[in-house]
Design a protein around this ligand. Sequence first.
Ligand code: SF4
Length: 67
Amino acid sequence: MKVRIDYDLCTGVGACEAVCPEVFAMRDDGLAADVIEPEPHPTLWDAVRRAHEACPEEAVVIEEDEE
Ligand code: SF4
């Protein structure tokens, strides 16, 4: 799994960090989130998917490995 944020969509709501702070961290300016773990460990995948669902802007982009 790879994770990124679509910065054309992200408005800095912060839901992603609230759900999964291991992978997402708000920038100091509060305008957007950074992905601090672009290739998260499988133990975090459920939380990343919840963050994807929690983001009101659908700005959390998940790319699942095809296997
Ligand atoms: S929840 Fe969505 S809009 Fe809010 S900071 Fe995270 S990626 Fe951006």
